[in-house]
Design a protein around this ligand. Structure first.
Ligand SMILES: Cc1cc2nc3c(=O)[nH]c(=O)nc-3n(C[C@H](O)[C@H](O)[C@H](O)COP(=O)(O)OP(=O)(O)OC[C@H]3O[C@@H](n4cnc5c(N)ncnc54)[C@H](O)[C@@H]3O)c2cc1C
Length: 306
């Protein structure tokens, strides 16, 4: 049957692509179903990845990964998976529009969706001069004037975290959320300027497109050298897992075996940001690779017991 695969990978971001490359090299019949709207589609530069000292965009990694996997015969289907069922050891994977695909093994690699506020120009500089993660990009703001745009306590905490890298910070409380007295005291102690206003626009240098500041709803312009977002509210895209009885943490990250990346449900693996880890590209790659190795072992075991 045309739509039957050994393994279906739901999510063709960093984890899914690395798994697809490895599983393709084991010569299994693999399909990747991807809705093309994950974090790796919006990050315009990763700065902390081995082999890319000048950084690499999510788009470049995704294009290279897809080309690489296609060399081994991996099929790519652009669609969104809306439901998954397991019937007699076969996974039935339902996509938007009604297409159904069958697989013996399933890898979930659907990642996290970022809560990016609607501010003009924001997508032009994500990962380049405006960042979301201090572990990824704290280094990019060393000794620079950073404008942290955020929401209440979450945004304030981002500003406090960044004091490790720079002491020149302006925090814009975008949605006017309440801040405790203690937080205001900390702003004073750490020399953080605090403004309550909505940000309407990220200002970009005409020639380089670098971040040069923000325009607030009040019309005021604040100049800065780099931006950081601190909103929280990212969505862990693991709801498909609940239909299969897969165990998740309260924050919706999927629990996997640390060695095999298999979930509590037999023949279902999870890799990348959807699992429990530090939400990094290199970890997502490692997860995808590790899951692929154990998926292969499980397919081999099945063949030898036939
Ligand atoms: C602005 C920004 C900057 C970052 N900077 C860094 C950095 O410098 N260094 C670093 O290591 N990490 C960085 N990250 C994090 C990094 O992007 C993630 O760790 C990485 O993308 C995780 O890979 P993943 O495969 O788990 O998820 P993703 O790359 O998000 O891929 C998940 C894929 O699943 C697809 N999908 C989701 N649901 C479905 C569905 N139901 N059906 C079909 N497909 C689906 C999505 O479309 C997506 O393509 C950054 C993230 C952002 C947003």
């Amino acid at each position: 049957m045309v739509n039957q695969y050994d393994v279906i990978i739901v999510g063709g971001g960093i984890a899914g692509l690395q798994a697809a490359i490895q599983l393709g090299r084991y010569k299994h019949k693999i399909a990747v179903i991807d809705s093309n709207d994950g974090r790796s589609t919006i990050c315009r530069n990763y700065h902390n990845i081995l082999g890319w000292p000048n950084g690499v965009s999510g788009e470049t990694l995704r294009n290279l990964g897809k080309m690489h996997a296609e060399r081994y015969g991996v099929s790519f289907i652009q669609n969104e998976v809306v439901k998954i069922e397991k019937n007699h050891d076969v996974f039935h994977i339902y996509c938007r529009g009604g297409d159904v695909y069958l697989a013996k093994r399933l890898l979930l690699a659907t990642g996290v969706k970022d809560n990016i506020p609607s501010i003009e120009n924001i997508y032009k500089c994500l990962g380049l001069t405006v960042y979301v993660c201090p572990d990824c990009d704290g280094y990019e703001v060393v000794d620079k004037h950073v404008i942290v745009i955020g929401s209440g306590k979450t945004g304030a905490n981002m500003a406090f975290t960044l004091t490790y890298f720079t002491r020149d910070i302006t925090f814009i409380n975008h949605d006017w959320s309440n801040l405790d007295y203690e937080v205001n005291v900390m702003f004073d102690q750490k020399g953080i300027i605090h403004i309550q206003d909505e940000t309407d626009e990220i200002l970009l240098d005409e020639k380089t497109s670098d971040f040069i500041g923000v325009r607030l709803k009040s019309g005021k312009i604040i100049e800065g050298e780099r931006g950081f977002l601190g909103f929280g509210g990212n969505e862990v895209r693991s709801d498909l897992a609940t239909l299969l009885g897969i165990e998740r943490l309260e924050n919706k990250h999927i629990i996997v075996d640390p060695r095999t990346k298999m979930t509590n449900i037999e023949h279902v693996w999870a890799a990348g940001d959807i699992a429990v880890h530090s939400e990094q590209t290199t970890i997502a790659m490692g997860d995808g690779m590790q899951a692929a190795i154990w998926i292969h072992k499980s397919l081999l075991d099945e063949k030898t017991s036939e």
